[in-house]
Design a protein around this ligand. Structure first.
Ligand SMILES: [Zn+2]
Length: 329
């Protein structure tokens, strides 16, 4: 029997493929709660410990920075839900595709599974479907990284109380609300995050753009929720504030990746590292500009990156959400 050497990715389009990257610094506008992955229901936030360089000196082995964290896996989950719960007419996109979490449809033609991936471990019967879903592996071509806060600011513990909605309680009943303690990531923390897309058509990337932007308002567990892209001067434009975000579309990775080292704790240093990388293409520093092009490599910076992403958001809306629009690649 002849062996299969192909990737197995079904093609529904004759459009060219590119790699895409989104690099952004997110800011928590208020306290945020992201539960520790191994500490379910105990109200502790997830942190990571970054080893600090010893500079050749003897250390006692426990030197390190503890930093708050938005883990990439959590961000990925919120992004996937942004697509599953996207409005389509009177319904939701995931319902119309019969695609959810953890039960993904894992079909190559699903705009969600196509980029996020899907897994059906064994033949499964799904309500409302005449045929069983076969065991399937569909590898996602979208990867998430980053999320370690820049500032070294420990979580803050707050006393919370669950107040029932009763206005008056009978004197004989227990009048005490139920108090509990919960840790929070403090407001104003900055989180550099990155999404990478492997060999996608622009239509496929439009789902990634929609998920990335849609998830911003919903990041966090419980309430409050939400982050925004950090606004500050001195990225492409001097003095004028703009969002610290870079979007790349390329065949060959010619641009230096604006990834902030987790060992940096100073916001000014982090911004310098981000900015220097954003304006470095083919190993040489470029004049700050909103767009940098080198052959097939395109980099959009700040407001220009938001404008570029917005084009894809509209494409996704037209293609997948607007029930009156023509659906096509
Ligand atoms: Zn699906």
């Amino acid at each position: 029997m002849a062996i299969n050497v192909k990737s197995g990715l079904e093609n529904y389009s004759d459009k060219p493929r590119f790699h895409f990257d989104i690099y952004a610094i997110l800011e928590g506008g208020q306290e945020l709660f992201f539960g520790h992955e191994t500490q379910v229901n105990v109200n502790i936030v997830e942190t990571v410990t970054i080893p600090t360089p010893s500079n050749g000196e003897e250390t006692n082995g426990d030197d390190g920075l503890e930093k708050c964290y938005i883990s990439p896996t959590k961000r990925r989950g919120v992004e996937r839900r942004a697509l599953i719960w996207a409005p389509t007419g009177n319904g939701l996109l995931g319902d119309s595709l019969n695609c959810g979490i953890p039960h993904t449809c894992s079909k190559a033609e699903c705009p969600i599974c196509r980029v996020f991936g899907g897994l059906i471990t064994s033949k499964t019967k799904v309500e409302g479907e005449s045929e069983e879903r076969p065991a399937t592996t569909l590898i996602g071509r979208l990867t998430h990284s980053g999320g370690v806060a820049i500032q070294e600011l420990s979580p803050e513990e707050k006393q919370r109380a669950m107040h029932p909605s009763m206005i008056r309680k009978a004197p004989e009943s227990d009048p005490t609300p139920t108090p509990f303690k919960r840790e929070y990531n403090q407001p104003g923390l900055l989180y550099p995050v990155y999404n990478h897309c492997l060999s996608m058509t622009e239509t496929e990337f439009s789902a990634v753009a929609y998920a990335f932007m849609g998830a911003l308002a919903r990041l966090g567990a419980g309430n409050p929720k939400g982050v925004k892209i950090y606004d500050a001067p001195d990225l492409a434009k001097e003095d004028a504030e703009e969002p610290w975000i870079v979007v790349d579309k390329y065949l060959a990775p010619l641009g230096k990746r604006p990834v902030v080292s987790p060992t940096i704790t100073d916001v000014k240093m982090a911004k310098e590292q981000f900015k220097n990388a954003a304006f470095s293409v083919r190993g040489s520093a470029q004049e700050p500009a909103s767009e940098l092009t080198e052959g097939n490599f395109h980099r959009y910076i700040g407001d220009a990156a938001i404008a570029k992403l917005s084009e894809y958001l509209i494409e996704f809306e037209k293609g997948e959400l607007n029930v009156d629009a023509e659906i096509g690649n």
